[in-house]
Write a protein of this length. Structure first.
Lengths: 242, 242
DNA sequence: ACTTGTTAGATTGTCGACAATCTGCTTGAT
DNA sequence: ATCAAGCAGATTGTCGACAATCTAACAAGT
C-alpha cells in the first residue's frame, strides 16, 4: 500500500464556519471594541439558527476577544492601554522563551518558511493591504512559537496573537496614513538565521517594542479623551468567574 | 452615600453552573482523560437540556481541558508526558515573570493572603484531603500571578493551572500512598517574604521541579505500558484549526 | 476469507418556539 | 417638576423535536 498520509478533512459544521467569520470580523476591526453582538440579527444575516451561533460565541469568549454578560449580551472586548501594555510585556517573555526553544531546532525548512512568510509581509505591504500586512507580520512572528515544539506555548501565543492583531488593526484603521513602506522585519529575519541567540532575543524585544510604543500612545490618547458615550449600556467591568 | 463597593452578583445561568460542575469533575479526575462525554446522558443527569450543556462544553474546549471532534463527540483531553513537560517548562517562565512583576507590589495584604493560603494547604494536608490539597497548593502558587497586576498573565496562568490540577489529581489518584506530610511550601513562602528576588525565582523553579519530575515519571510509565485499548474510538490526533 | 453494500441504532448538529430577564417609556401620585 | 410603579418591546436563555452523520452489525458477492 502507498505511504501517502492524508490530512484530516476540514470541519464542516456551521459552528466552525461561524467562528471563522466572527473572528475575522473582530480581528479586522469590522466589529468595533465594545460593540454588542445581536444574536438574532447576526443569525439572520448568516442564514443560521441561533444555536450554532451562540456556541461559536462561547468559543470566542473563551478565546478572549468577546466578553459575555448574562441576559445583557455579548460584546467585543474593550481595549484599554493597560491591556495592550500587559499583552506587550508578556509577549516579550514568550518571545524570549520561544527563541530559546526554537534555536536548536532551526533547519532548512525553518529558514525556508521564514523567508516565505517574510515575503508575504512584503507582498502585502506592496499591495497596500494593511489588514493583510498585519496578519502576515503576526504569522511571521508566530513561526518561532510554532517551531518551538511546545503545544502549551503555541496555544498561549495564538491567544495572544488574536488580541495583538485586533489592537494593531484598530490602530491602523485609526490613523489615516498609509502603511510604512520600509521593511522593518529585515533585521529580525537575519538575526534568526544567525548564530547569536542572545542578539536575536534582544532584537525581538526592541523590534516589537517600537510598534507597541506607538500603539500604546494611541490607546492612551483614546482614553484621555474620556469614555465614549455613543454606545449605551457598555460594560465597565466584566463579572468575575467563580 | 456609603463607600461600600459590592461584588457583582453571581451568574445565574444554567450554563455557568454546568461549567463549574463539569470542570470540577474533570479536574478531580472523576472524568478520566480520553473519556467521551455523552450529551444526552449528562443532560438527563443534570436535569438540563442539551443547549446550555453544549455551550458549556464549548467553553471547556477552549479552556483546553476538553477536545471536540465533529459528529464524533467531546472528550476529556489525553495527557501525554510531553504535554506535562511543555506545561512545566512554560510554567517556569511564567513564574519567573510573575515574581518579577509582583515583587515591588508586595505589601501587608499580600503577606497575609500568602499565609492564609499556606495555612489552607496545611489544613488540607492534615485532613488527608488530597484533592483539596492539590487545589489549595495551586491557589497558593497562583497568588503571585494574581498579584502581578497583568490580566493577560493571569488568564494564561489560570488556563495552565487547570491542566496542572488535572495532571496532579491524576497522579495522586494513581499512587495509593498517602499525601506527603511534611510542608514543602515553607521555603517558598519564606523566600517570597524576603528581600532576594533572584533567590525566590530560583527556588520557584526547583521547588516546582521536584513535583513535576515525579509526575513526569508517572506519565512516561503509563505511555511505555502501551496505548490503552479499553476505550474504543479514541482520537489519536485532534484536527487542526483553520 | 475478504471485501463491499446495506441497514438499524445511537449520537451529534441544527432548528424554531417558548420562558426568563432586561431596558426604556409611560402613567400617575405627590 | 420629580420620582416610583408598572407596562410593552426587545433580547437572551432554555427547551423539545428534527435532520445529518457516524458506528457497528449483517448480508451478499467475489
Amino acid at each position: 500500500m502507498g505511504k501517502l498520509d492524508f490530512a484530516p478533512i476540514a470541519d464542516t459544521t456551521r459552528r466552525a464556519e461561524i467562528v471563522v467569520l466572527l473572528r475575522r470580523a473582530i480581528l479586522t476591526g469590522q466589529l468595533e471594541p465594545g460593540q454588542k453582538l445581536n444574536e438574532l440579527r447576526i443569525a439572520e444575516q448568516m442564514r443560521v439558527s441561533r444555536a450554532p451561533l451562540r456556541e461559536a460565541m462561547r468559543e470566542l469568549v473563551q478565546e478572549g476577544i468577546l466578553t459575555s454578560i448574562p441576559y445583557a449580551g455579548t460584546f467585543v472586548i474593550d481595549v484599554t492601554a493597560k491591556d495592550i501594555d500587559d499583552a506587550y510585556s508578556l509577549n516579550k517573555v514568550l518571545d524570549e522563551f520561544a527563541i530559546e526553544l526554537t534555536w536548536r531546532l532551526r533547519d532548512r525548512r525553518f529558514f525556508d518558511e521564514l523567508d516565505r512568510r517574510h515575503d508575504a509581509v512584503k507582498q502585502a505591504t506592496r499591495d497596500l493591504d494593511t489588514t493583510r500586512q498585519i496578519e502576515m507580520a503576526l504569522q511571521l512572528h508566530g513561526l518561532i512559537h510554532e517551531w518551538a515544539d511546545n503545544s502549551v506555548l503555541l496555544e498561549t501565543w495564538q491567544r495572544l496573537a488574536s488580541r495583538l492583531q485586533m489592537y494593531f488593526a484598530l490602530h491602523q484603521r485609526a490613523r489615516k496614513e498609509p502603511v510604512p513602506a520600509e521593511d522593518i522585519h529585515e533585521t529580525y529575519v537575519r538575526l534568526l538565521k544567525g548564530s547569536d541567540m542572545r542578539a536575536a532575543q534582544r532584537h525581538a524585544r526592541e523590534h516589537i517594542g517600537l510598534d507597541f510604543e506607538e500603539l500604546l500612545a494611541y490607546a492612551r490618547s483614546l482614553e484621555s479623551k474620556g469614555a465614549r458615550a455613543d454606545r449605551p449600556g457598555l460594560p465597565r467591568e466584566r463579572p468575575g468567574e467563580a
